[in-house]
Design a protein. Sequence first.
Length: 128
Amino acid sequence: MRVPGALFFTGDCHAGQGDGELCGVALEITAKVTVTFDLIKQKRINWPRIESPDAFMTVGSARPMEDAARIAYAELIVWLEELGWDRWEAYEALTQIGQLTVGNMVDTYYSMVARVDKTFALAGAVRD
């Protein structure tokens, strides 16, 4: 379904895909997808954010791949700051506990996904 102004697209669905979708073909399937959005008025983000039951994730897309990784991690640091982390402590923590996945390496831009487990993200926030 296309909705003008929605600023969201799911792309194709995969039953399976290795990190990076190496040759550009995954196990593509027909699927019905349900997504939930929170509309936060006057709140802007620069790159996609994903919250699963157990993790916070951000996506960066660029060339070279290092720039995509830098974007994804920088955006995750910003999100952790919004959760109450000190910027430099978030940076140091992600160096130890962050995870980075190659989402796509076959298209015009590489996509990298930075991830942190919610247990760590919520426990490390500064509390007043």
